[in-house]
Design a protein around this ligand. Structure first.
Ligand code: TXA
Ligand code: MG
Length: 336
């Protein structure tokens, strides 16, 4: 069924350029979920909340829907997408799970862990989702609205973070609309995301490798695997291709590990930072800081303005501090 059959004001764009469409704001009530699932079934795009960040969902089996995700985000085609499924049983239809992957999924799903596993030959996913790699990134989100949407849609959802490529990830429906209004059919408003940084990505196609620090702390993964995890993050030739050096880029310049800011800088504190303009967590709690990170980055950007500087206080490299420092170092990297 084409989208234009279900709604007169939604039209799929057959051309490469993006024509503006009216983006619906849907409530996470049964009616809103049904509407969102209908849009997805008709090949449309719906942004939805997960416990990490908002994702931009489309049917992972539908080349046209997946192509529209890349188009709406202006995302490079070589950068593959994460497939979201409701449970481990469904995940087994798309990826090959060995005993180690089964154990990790049992322990961390639903939750903010993405596993990169060998793609099954009969997976039936769009080749654009995997960027023609022999692997697939797959995750089972914990957010009740994401779970309700997956149940209603009853299929795999490809979903990158719902922001224009290279920009700050969205943790509220309003952030999604700031970046993608007019380019997607709908956003399901589930309030603020609790974790606030994207999922941890673990490569399990061969030797276990940390491809992206995220919502599951490295310490917890290492304890579960009983080994020290090597990191696969080479910005020049990333094994998670989306891990490019410059990402999460706000308009202002970003400086890290600043204990003594200049007067004109917007200083973002962590722990006791007398005189800080904003704070990620006044008590120095990295879980609270992760949950607030992308919202504070947007607020600080608005305060600093074009040409201004945001200075972040040091954040220890432990627990979610690793994911926070990873995102901030990309926000601070020279723009390509
Ligand atoms: O928390 C999250 O993971 C969010 C929510 C919406 O689920 N999604 C998200 O997607 O962060 P995205 O597209 O912004 O980041 C996905 C990352 C990219 O760096 C991409 O290169 C990597 O996953 N990736 C996807 N498939 C891969 C694969 N087969 N091998 C290696 N990396 C892969
Ligand atoms: Mg992203």
């Amino acid at each position: 069924m084409a989208l234009s059959d279900t709604s007169s004001h939604i039209r799929l764009n057959p051309k490469r350029c993006v024509t503006m469409i009216a983006t619906e704001s849907l409530l996470p009530k049964p009616q809103g979920i049904i509407r969102a699932a209908d849009i997805l079934r008709a090949g449309g795009l719906v942004a939805f909340p997960t416990e990490t960040v908002y994702g931009l969902g489309g049917d992972a089996r539908d080349d046209h829907a997946v192509a529209r995700i890349f188009q709406a985000k202006a995302r490079p085609r070589f950068n593959p997408l994460i497939v979201h499924v409701p449970d481990l049983e469904t995940a087994r239809r798309y990826a090959v799970f060995d005993a180690r992957a089964e154990d990790l999924a049992a322990q961390f799903w639903p939750g903010p862990l993405t596993l990169v596993l060998p793609l099954r030959a009969d997976a039936g996913l769009s080749a654009l989702v995997t960027a023609e790699l022999p692997t697939v990134a797959i995750r089972v989100p914990a957010h009740p609205v994401a779970r309700a949407l997956l149940a209603a849609f009853d299929g795999p959802l490809a979903a990158p973070s719902a922001n224009p490529s290279g920009k700050v990830s969205p943790t509220r429906a309003a952030h999604v609309l700031e970046g993608l209004s007019g380019r997607i059919e709908a956003v399901l408003d589930g309030g603020a995301c609790k974790v606030g940084v994207e999922s941890t990505i673990l490569g399990l196609d061969g030797h276990p490798t940390l491809l992206r620090p995220g919502g599951v702390a490295l310490e917890a993964l290492e304890a579960s695997l009983g080994m020290v995890l090597p990191s696969g993050g080479d910005a020049a030739k990333p094994s998670a291709p989306g891990q490019l050096a410059s990402h999460y880029a706000p308009g202002a310049r970003v400086c890290l590990n600043v204990a003594a800011p200049l007067a004109r800088e917007v200083w973002v504190g962590f722990g006791p930072c007398p005189g800080a303009t904003l704070s990620l967590s006044e008590t120095g709690d990295e879980i609270e800081a992760a949950a607030r990170l992308f919202h504070i980055l947007r607020e600080a950007d608005a305060l600093a303005g074009e040409g201004g500087t945001i200075a972040f206080a040091p954040i220890p490299m432990m627990g979610l501090g690793r994911a926070i420092n990873d995102r901030l170092s990309r926000a601070a990297a020279p723009r390509g």
